[in-house]
Design a protein around this ligand. Sequence first.
Ligand code: NAD
Ligand code: WQD
Length: 428
Amino acid sequence: MDSPRQSDASTPLEPCSPVGVDTPATQSSVLFDGHLEELLRNFPLDQYILVTGGLGFIGSHTTLELLKANYNVIVIDNLSNSFQNVFDRIQTLASQYHEQQGTKTPSLHLHAHDYRDTVALRDLLQQYQITSRWGTLKSKISGVIHFAAYKAVEESIRNPLKYYSNNVSGLVDFAMTLGDFGIKTFVFSSSATVYGTLATSGLPLKEELCVHKEELFTEHSGSEKIVQSGCTGITNPYGRTKWICEAILADLAASDPEWTIVALRYFNPIGCDESGLLGEDPRQTPTNLLPVVVKVMTGQYKELQMFGTDWETEDGTAVRDFIHVTDLARGHIAALSTANDGKLVENFRTFNLGTGTGHSVREVVETMESVSSKHIPRKAAGRRAGDVGSCVAVATRSQDELQWKTEKTLKDACVSLCNFLDVSGLSS
Ligand code: NAD
Ligand code: WQD
């Protein structure tokens, strides 16, 4: 994928939203004869992307790709599900990359606090404010990518308020504060989980199936139907937090055209940076397929339980749209660049980030076996509560509107995970 900014971090970037009243149009035309926009475009501003949850699995990979694409990055992470050493690893990889390219490494700052700590947040945002030549305040932060959330489905059923507090209440206060500082370009980590039981309906999982205002949906047959806003059959509080956050953000965008909001619905992210230095290394016990497979490979678990071997799929095991986390990370950069270029179809837009192709649980295990030349002990087990047999994206909207598509394969993801095991000294 083309990086939106090819040169070093000091390249003049597009100006960010002003705080308070902007320069009046009349003043601009008098002073600059209509060339104000061009002038501003060439006005050198050090710009930053604020990334919450930037040390987590997807956040760390996205932070690295942002740095590679010459964005300066500020990370807020309270380390509730990640470790401080990830920060050093991102820094190392970004420096290595820019050294090879002969370019300057953009800056990376960590603020290790809860993104819900409004006092700390305001303090941070004040540090990145500048006064324009017209005396108005501007933020050097030109966009936000919001990963910080809790994500364990089973825990969300046991402790829903923990999830609503961090994922939903946190987002409301966060957006309010960002708005106060005029920071209104926002990329949100959503999930294919918002499709709920639509995943099993047989309908292709297009974005128009789950909407926040009435939309037209074109069926496979070509016939059109109206889809009402709402969600269908979301089975757990975690999934509901994602849907509610999308709805809140859609309302916010509708209320204020200055906001540009993208909700990215991830399918099943797997793999890691090919260096093996970044990986999925949560504090919480993982329950997702690949982290469990890795635990079996390292001998921490005796065997993999394959939940469900009687699904209506080719080999009976469940099918998912597994997307390499590096591809996913680059999808965020495509979204940010499209949003900042003012090229979004609407100021709230949802996108599936998936490959468009499904692989079964059995296929994943066999690919990992072939790549690692290791046998992975497994046994058939009953279906896991709340699972669906198949969940695969229709990935055309992101291709058409973000000019982004996946490049990496399931095998690439398995190879990268083997590198991770080697680097961590876990492979035997
Ligand atoms: P992760 O747990 O690895 O990363 C989340 C990061 O956010 C962690 O580093 C954690 O310490 C931090 N964090 C959590 N709450 C915070 C808070 N209140 N303040 C500051 N930092 C906080 O998770 P991930 O897999 O990287 O997921 C990132 C986002 O993507 C989440 O919003 C998740 O819901 C969403 N998502 C993940 C998947 C997936 O399969 N991994 C799929 C769809 C959507
Ligand atoms: C994939 C398949 C399991 C573990 C979850 C969330 C979803 C999203 C992505 C955040 C299923 C099977 C798994 C194991 C197995 N997260 N499996 N043995 O359930 O598709 O999606 O993560 O938004 O919201 O629900 O992903 O990796 O857990 O499972 O057989 O030990 O692997 O049953 O069929 P899932 P997963």
